[in-house]
Design a protein around this ligand. Structure first.
Ligand code: ADP
Ligand code: MG
Length: 139
């Protein structure tokens, strides 16, 4: 993929700010695919995305039991967490393509998607120890 952009963050707030900055570049219909282990900071990044899209970031929680959450705003955000997805087939039942219409679709645990999504932005967050994270944004 072209132009990977790497950022090092040293706090949850800095990861939030990186999400906020990305949000300003996104067009309606964009998929943001988040990769990284539990506790990497994916949800913190999505809170930043929400803020950058004009949505109250406090509304965004870790959707541990709810697979899909919608947030209304100037540019709507749909937040999906595939952590508890039963099977790859179950992704098809979510109807992700429709969920993305008119807004941004952020997907945590995107490594569980059965296939690549054309034109998506990929965000990989790696824990470098303590509060340090390496965030790689592609696309
Ligand atoms: P995930 O959604 O990837 O499981 P969360 O965003 O829910 O992760 O949680 C990340 C945790 O790591 C939070 O407790 C947060 O305070 C902590 N943390 C420490 N340093 C950072 C950082 N640089 N960026 C993001 N989160 C951080
Ligand atoms: Mg999370």
């Amino acid at each position: 993929m072209a132009n990977p952009e790497i950022s090092i963050t040293k706090s949850e707030h800095e990861t939030f700010a990186r999400g906020e900055r990305l949000a300003r570049t996104l067009r309606p219909g964009t998929f943001v695919l988040l990769h990284g282990d539990l506790g990497a900071g994916k949800t913190a990044f999505v809170r930043g995305l929400a803020s950058g899209l004009g949505i109250d970031p406090d509304e965004v929680s870790s959707p541990t039991f709810v697979l899909v959450q919608h947030y209304h705003g100037p540019m709507p955000l749909t937040h999906v967490d595939l952590y508890r997805l039963e099977s790859a087939d179950a992704v098809d039942d979510l109807g992700l393509e429709e969920l993305a219409i008119g807004g941004v679709l952020a997907i945590e645990w995107a490594e569980r998607l059965p296939r690549a999504i054309d034109g998506s932005v990929s965000v990989t967050i790696e824990d470098l120890g303590a509060d340090v994270r390496r965030i790689t944004v592609n696309g």
